[in-house]
Structure formats: C-alpha cells, structure tokens
Design a protein around this ligand. Sequence first.
Ligand code: GLC
Length: 744
Amino acid sequence: MKNIAQLILMLSIILLASCQQKKSDPASIIEQKVDSVLKLMTLEEKIGQMVLYTSDWDITGPTLKKGYLEDIKNGHCGNIFNAHTTAYVHKLQKIAVEESRLGIPLLFGYDVIHGHKTIFPISLGESASWDLVAIENGARVAAIEAAASGLNWTFAPMVDISVDPRWGRVSEGAGEDPFLGSRIAEARVRGFQGKDNNLADTLTLLACVKHFAAYGAPQAGRDYNTVDMSQRVFLDTYLPPYKAAIDAGAMSVMTSFNELDGVPASGSKYLLTDLLRGKLGFKGLVVTDHTSINEMVNHGVADNDAEAGLLAVKAGVDMDMQGEVFFKYLKKQVDDGLVEEKLIDEAVRRVLRVKFMLGLFDDPYKYCNEAREKQLVYAPEHLEAALDMAKKSMVLLKNNNNVLPLKKGEKIAVIGELAASTRDLLGSWKAAGDWDFMKSTLDELKLYNGEKNIFFAEGCKTIGNDRSGFTQAMATARKAEKIVLVIGENWDWSGEAASRTNIKIPGVQTELLEKLKALNKPIIVVLMNGRPLDLTRENELADALLETWYAGTMGGKAITQVLYGEYNPSGKLTMTFPMNVGQIPLYYNAKNTGRPIYLPNDKDKYKSKYIDSPNDPLFPFGYGLSYTTFAYSDIKLSSNELAAKGDLKATVRVTNTGKYDGEEVVQLYVRDLVGSVTRPVKELKGFEKIRLKAGESKVVTFTITPDMLAFHRLDMTYGTEPGDYKLFMGGNSRDVKEAGFKLK
Ligand code: GLC
C-alpha cells in the first residue's frame, strides 16, 4: 500500500503534467514532471536533494551514521552512497518513499570502478587490452551486477589522464594518452548506461565522469596536490576524455579535489558552468568529491564552510558529497538573500531529472529484486568475461629464449607472497568483490600443473626487510626446473592517497630475485602492481617479465593460462614505464625541444638530456610482446596530400612471423612537423587490434581526415594548420614505420 505522501506526489505529477498540454516527447514529459514535483517542495526539501551521505558497513553489516535515517525521513537527504544489496537498499528506499512527506526516491551511488562482485582487472590493466568491446562489456557486467544489487549510480568512469606514476590513482584510469583515454571513456559510459543510454533499464547505472578536472596532474605526483598547467595543455591533453564521456551521454560528473589555475574545481564557475555546461553542453548533475566543498577552506578560497558552500552552488555544484555544507547553511543563505532560490531550483531540477530518467518515481523499488540479485551476481558469463579481460590486459615485457610459455609437467617453484594472495588480485576500489570467493595464482597453478609439480615458498613479504624466508625459497627453487617469482606492490600501494616518491619494487623482493638468479635456472617474474614501476634491475635479472596488474576475481586463472600459453598475451602499455623516477614526467607524446638528442649516443653535452641517465623509457607507450612475432610492411598512402575537406588512406601489411597464433595492436601516430605552436613528436590517432594465425598476413587500413589533426593553435582557436606531417604505424610508439604527407 503506497503511503499518502506517495499518492499525493504521483497524482500531482500526473495532474500537472497532463494539464500542461506541451509536446509529449519523453524529455518534455520529464521536464513537466520535474516541474510538478519542484512546485510541491519546500526549500528544505529542495536542499535535501542536494545532499549525498555515505552509508557505513561495519561487522554487523550495513549501518547508517546516526541521524541519517531521520534526515532521509525529513527529506533532508535525497541520496546515499556505499549502500548496496537489495535488502539494504530496499530498507532505506522504503523510508524515503513511504515515510517522507513527498516520497521522493533516493539515488544509490557506489564506486563500481572495475566490477561490482565479479571484479575485473584494475582500469589501467583493462586499458592495456586496447579492446574497446571487452572494456565496454566489463562495464556492462559491472552495471548488471551493481544494479541487480540495488544500486543505480556508479562513480565511474574515472578518466583522468596522467603522466606521473608516482600518483597512485593512475591505477584507476586509462593511461597517458588523450585519444585512447577518450575511446575508453566512451566505451565505459556505454557499458554503464547501456548502448542507448536508457537509464530506465533496471540493469543500467547512471555513469559519473570523474574527476573534473585535470586531477591526474598533481605536482610531484602527490595526491590532492596543486594542478597548474597551460590552458592549451588542459584543452588538448586533459579535457578530451571528459568531453568524450559527456558526448557518450554520461549524466553525472564529479568535481575533483584539486585546484586548477588557482581555483578549486568545486568552486570553479569556469569549469562547472562556462566549460562543462556551456561549451560541452552537459545536461546532467554535478556532484562533488568527498567533502571537497569543505576543503575549499583549506585551499584558502573560503573563510568557512558556509562561504565555501556559496562558492560551490554559484559555480554549478548540484550535490554535496558528505560535506554537510548545503544541508547546514544553504537555507539561511537563501533566506538572507545571499543566493537566489531559483539557483537552488536549477540544481534540484537536475537531480530530479536524473531520478525521473532512472524511472525511480515510477517504481522506486525497481532495483530491489532479491531473486534477480542471486541470479546475476557471479553469473558464469560474468566470470568468463572477467577471465577474458584479465588475460587480454596482461603485457609481456620480456621473454628471453622463449622461456615462456611454460610446459605442463615441468617442475615449477612459485615464490612470493603475492602468488598466494587473493585480496591483492582485486586491487583498489574492489567495490563488493569477495576475495574469499576466489582462487589465488598459486591455487590455479597447482590445479593446472598438478600439486606435485608446483613447489611454493613465500620468500619474503611484499614490504619490509625480513629476509628470513630467503633460505626456504632457495631450497624450494633448487627442486624446480624453472622459477615463477610473483612480486610487486600490495593492492593498497596504489589507488587513492597512495603516492610514492620511489617507484621501485618495494621491500626486499628484488634482493630475493638476485639470490634466485644465482641458481642459474630460468626465472619468470610475474608483476602485480597498480602503476608503472622502475623495473630496470628486474629487467636485467629476469628471463621473462609478465605485467599482470591486479587481474581481478579470475586473475589467478588468467595468469596461469597466459604462463602456459593457453592464451597468447596481447596487452600493450598505456602508460610509459620509465627507467627511473628521475625521468618523470616521461611520456611518448612529448615535444621535440630546441635541443633534441638525435642519435642514441649523441655525444653533444649541450642537448636536452641527463648526465646520469638515458632519456629513453624502459618500456614505451604502446609496448607489449607476444609469444609470436609480427612484421610490418612499409606504409602505403593513397596520396601524399590531404585536402582540407578530403581524406587519405594509410595501409600496412602485418604478418605473423612466429609459430603461435596471436593478436597485435596496430597503432597509428601522426606528427605535425611545423605548427603555430610546438607540436608533439607523435600523437596516437588510431589503433586496431587484429588476430593473426601463425604465418597469416593482414592489410590494416586507417583513414586520415583533417579533423584528426586539429589542436588549439597560437590564438587558441581550435583547428588545423596546413603543412607537412609524418605518419607512423607499428606495434608500439617507438618501433614504427613512417611515411609523410602534406595537409593542404
Ligand atoms: C573518494 C574518491 C572518489 C570516490 C569518492 C566516493 O575520495 O576521490 O573517486 O568516488 O570518494 O567514494
């Protein structure tokens, strides 16, 4: 039995909507319904829709901070995050819908970043698959499981470009490149919101593009630190993935903690109104990051929370995550004439619009179907998708003498704490993932190769200086033909608030590798980490290096299948791996400078280089090996001139010259040789992942159009400039074939 409040609300929506004889297209109908609800709301109830509070989970299960239940009942809190399971969501929704005066349903948000229960590889790992279909499917699976668990909003995709592996949150993004980052942002929005952005579908989630903006460029790679960059770098490098996600239909955006050009994002009218809503045409809601309104006092742009709240609402913020600022101060500020109620109405309209689009007013309990939750969570096809993505995300960095793949029946010593870990496989932001549900890498290796052929020793912890396990590890290794050493970072060494000044493998893990090397047995190093690391020493010692990131619920099985060649690794790095931390920021799409070094051993002292290190990365952007090899023909161009309104075709023949079937990511880069401003030495403009049987060839064609060459020119207008260009194609950003053309 719906309560009286709900009936009043529904009747008024129907009555007002029907008497407003406007067009009946869905958008207009929603606007009419929004208006009809807004008219019924008190100022306090309006402000309640601008409030987002966290649920808490303690050992007894879901709990709400004291008072929040009252706030929901009084219409003072219209949105909750970190609450999930259909039972718990239903409980809270029931209070909002049946006990508050107007019965306005709650939004339920959660950080479903790379899976909800079935966890996929961390986002940086997923990006290394360069497989947009698989990436979209990963987000689709996450949305299905999250929506089936009562949620209707995810705080994803995180699309922050970053060129600094000291920053732990590179683990959540798609690497350093704006073109790839934009394509992946689009794929993730499609996955979360559904291909046609039908938010009313009970198995889609409202996506939330974050963190707006340029959060990935904190000075010194230190989380929450100052971001300061030219407008041109912001518009050409950092903005594109946010724009791509919004163009793909994302209906919420989260502001970032950082300042940009001296203004904290949550108080930036330029970012949230002029750029986001004005230039990008964003129609959804803007939510702040956790207490980022309050933090404007620390930033030094507001004397107190109330003043910070005024800055935020006037900048264009619609919802205050956990700051309790709007809740405490906004009503009085309206009463005192410091902010007009119509500004509040605009914010509340955007929140209500999303709730109508989700269908929450039609059926507030639509996400609370317990039977569907049981049926969809950990569905076999979801686990299969996670396994598929985990394998595709892995990057083979070295494979001397084809020590990989392993052969079944070989005696293998598996060494390292991470080999036996399941929690670390889930990485950071694991949402509702259960690590006791899954198997470790060691478990899977034993299942595959037989208990009697796998010998394990922890050797040492991932962190700390305890070497007491070395002896046992050496003894274990002596019994084996080959050694699989699993090393890296613990899951919480990347993600939020996990910046490092040193990006080497922590603890004494590399010392253990040094010791094992003395046994003169083939050593395969399996890496688990959430950021590019300085692997210079490990690369010298290991016979093979396999980057597996944090590979998720099915990660152990995926690592096993890759090590034994059940799957031929195809991943390519989406972030540069430097030789050392001193080179950072180091990225492929850099400028040439006035003193570039030309030869590998350019002896001229007065060049842009170091006296103590090469300039080159250890592993460049786009790099990744296979168990087979690929050869590239010279590039053929349909013309060496590109007309201002024309296009040209660039083709290359790729041949699988090895003995394994495999996949290759053919990459297309372009260079504008002379511009009104300096231009990068390469820019990714296309890629295609192809599958080739051993000995097979395929011609890959890219169509080049002038719009691909546009940038913010000297006068800050966006467009192209005629002149000479180079074009590159290859299996990474360094080893490429090149050709030239002229843009007319
Ligand atoms: C965190 C993160 C943000 C996340 C939010 C809610 O501080 O910065 O990415 O979505 O809080 O958990």
